[in-house]
Design a protein around this ligand. Sequence first.
Ligand code: C2E
Ligand code: MG
Ligand code: MG
Ligand code: MG
Length: 284
Amino acid sequence: RSKRRGRGQVTVYSQEIAQEMKRSTQLEQALRNAIIADEVDVHFQPIVDLKTDMVVGFEALARWCDPDLGYVSPAAFVPLAEERGFIDSLSETLLHKAAEAALSWPKELFLSFNLSSAQLTDPNTSANVLSIIARAGLDPRRLELEITETAVMMDADIAKKIIAELRLAGVRVSLDDFGTGQSSLGRLREFSFDKVKVDRAFVSQISTDRACEHIVKAIVAMCDGLHLEVVAEGIEHFPEALKLKALGCGMGQGYFYGKPADAITTMRYLAEKYQPGIPAAIAV
Ligand code: C2E
Ligand code: MG
Ligand code: MG
Ligand code: MG
């Protein structure tokens, strides 16, 4: 009902905005309902030791398939939950499920869980995380939390405090998507991380693009010096795995080693294929 109805462009534009708002409100409502109905699931992708090809842990990844909307990517619904102020309840549900699943795994395997940016500006986050895993019965030393640089920079002081509290409790903290976004090497000094996850952007082209190879080589050398572990994300093919092994990259993750799979599939895989000391990093 724009006053400027005569101006086609303005009307079209406001209609688009109205439609987009309607869509995201529908999405929000569907997501809120899905959380209540326990329909948001968590899948697990193996992380392997590139020296031995053994599975060492799993990253939890949120999965949601709405009956009407179909599959919605976590890259879309996690930011929506943050924006609309219910990331805490979403994250709590996911972490609880992930921790319960991890209880059925061999004890030497870790669970890696993504924290959202909004959670890193909330001083209650460390206490919340620790109480959720305590309730599930998961040892904090088996938990790893993945955070991004964008997230730590939103409120550096609070982020530092959260990281320190979690690490004091034995939780490890990794820097996700390293090398993209607002990367700064100084961040590795300023914040205390245990691990760096090299972004897929470098890994996917490592066997064909010399520049990517040099960048990853430098990241590995730097992390060695800083006593940080390194995980290469997004290994899709054997040549990439080979190259990363040759560069001395400690850990890897990607479709080549295994796609994210649900809790039951993951448990079955571990029961049938996993034995400590034996390489079993075959696609799940
Ligand atoms: P991320 O934490 O960097 O997760 C890695 C993403 O790469 C996942 O996408 C994973 O499925 C995908 N991936 C893994 N291996 C390969 C590969 O070999 N090739 C390709 N092309 N992709 C690969 P996904 O599951 O769609 O998640 C996207 C992002 O959404 C995640 O990026 C993370 O930032 C966020 N996210 C997912 N689950 C959660 C969650 O439970 N909580 C929060 N806060 N964020 C989450
Ligand atoms: Mg991650
Ligand atoms: Mg990542
Ligand atoms: Mg990512």
